[in-house]
Ligand binder design. Structure first.
Ligand code: AMP
Ligand code: MN
Ligand code: MN
Ligand code: MN
Length: 280
């Protein structure tokens, strides 16, 4: 049965840096024939209650999820928590700390922008006007709206990414701590988009080994914008490290054409789907 299901285990709403409300997201996913959908906002579960109501009304299955920011060595890493209990008290406490860290970090980033002569205060206010937890994606959008850069990607390339003037070193909790939060909330941890981190092949394997040692049970083998060779190399990693696979679009915005809802490639044969151990 799982072979035929249309599944997407990685999406965002405007509770983080997506543009649709949770209800709009679920409605759009249902229209795109998604049957099993995880809402995985950055460091927040705020959208899950609305998404779950909408999913029940529309007859699609909602997997309660989250994408938590973590550190591995000097690298920021994203860990998907799937089938979590959004009411978990320890998880909610840790997410409050993540939210505080995000707010402080955004102030530091905007102060750096002021130092290089950009309107940091105004950009900070624009970021804070969004309903969701502040992310660099909001800041990049504010820089586009302000005419500072033409496209969001330019904001990262010129100012926000590692090595640029407004980059603030990651102080996210360690990978194994974050995996522990997910387990404490009854969820399974899947390493998001393993091919997207700026790591050598050797470092990526060490990351995988540490993730598995911490209790991570899956990696995201298919993600929206992945080239076929990335899918193949992630499938190899999943098989070598004996972990399951997940698939997810990382959908944020209906106007971005390369990762639409409902059109994901299937998990390559040989990789065990994580959802098989969750009754699907
Ligand atoms: P943060 O978690 O605050 O560091 O923000 C990271 C978010 O910014 C990611 O989840 C993406 O949605 C977005 N992002 C990262 N890199 C880029 C890029 N080069 N161009 C556009 N958006 C990006
Ligand atoms: Mn994002
Ligand atoms: Mn991510
Ligand atoms: Mn994401």
């Amino acid at each position: 049965m799982s072979e035929d299901l249309n599944i997407d285990l990685h999406t965002h709403s405007n509770c983080s840096d997506g543009v649709l409300t949770p209800v709009e997201l679920v409605t759009r996913a249902a229209a795109a024939h998604v049957e099993v959908l995880a809402l995985t906002d950055h460091d927040t579960v705020a959208g899950l209650a609305d998404a779950s109501c909408a999913a029940a009304a529309l007859g699609i299955r909602l997997v309660p999820g989250i994408e938590i920011s973590a550190s591995w060595r000097a690298q920021a890493i994203h860990v998907l928590g799937l089938w979590i209990d959004p009411e978990s008290a320890p998880l909610r406490l840790h997410l409050q700390a993540q939210a505080t860290h995000r707010a402080l970090r955004m102030r530091k980033i905007c102060a750096r922008l002021s130092e290089v002569g950009l309107p940091g205060e105004r950009l900070l206010a624009a970021v804070q006007a969004n309903p969701g937890l502040p992310t660099r994606a909001h800041l990049a959008a504010a820089m586009v709206a302000d005419g500072i850069v033409e496209r969001s990607d330019d904001a990262f390339k010129k100012y926000l990414k590692r090595g640029r003037a407004a980059h603030v070193a990651s102080e996210w909790p360690a990978l194994e701590i974050v995996v522990g939060w997910i387990h404490a909330a009854g969820g399974a941890a899947s390493l998001a988009h393993p091919a997207r981190y700026d790591l050598s092949a050797g470092a990526r394997r060490r990351l995988l080994a540490d993730f598995v040692a911490a209790g991570g049970t899956a990696i995201e083998v298919v993600t929206g914008a992945n080239a076929a060779h990335h899918v193949d190399s992630c499938a190899q990693l999943a098989m070598q490290f004996g972990v399951a696979g997940t698939i997810g679009s990382d959908f944020h915005n209906p106007e971005v054409p390369w990762n639409p809802l409902g059109r994901l490639a299937k998990l390559p044969p040989g990789v065990t789907p994580l959802w098989r151990s969750h009754g699907l």
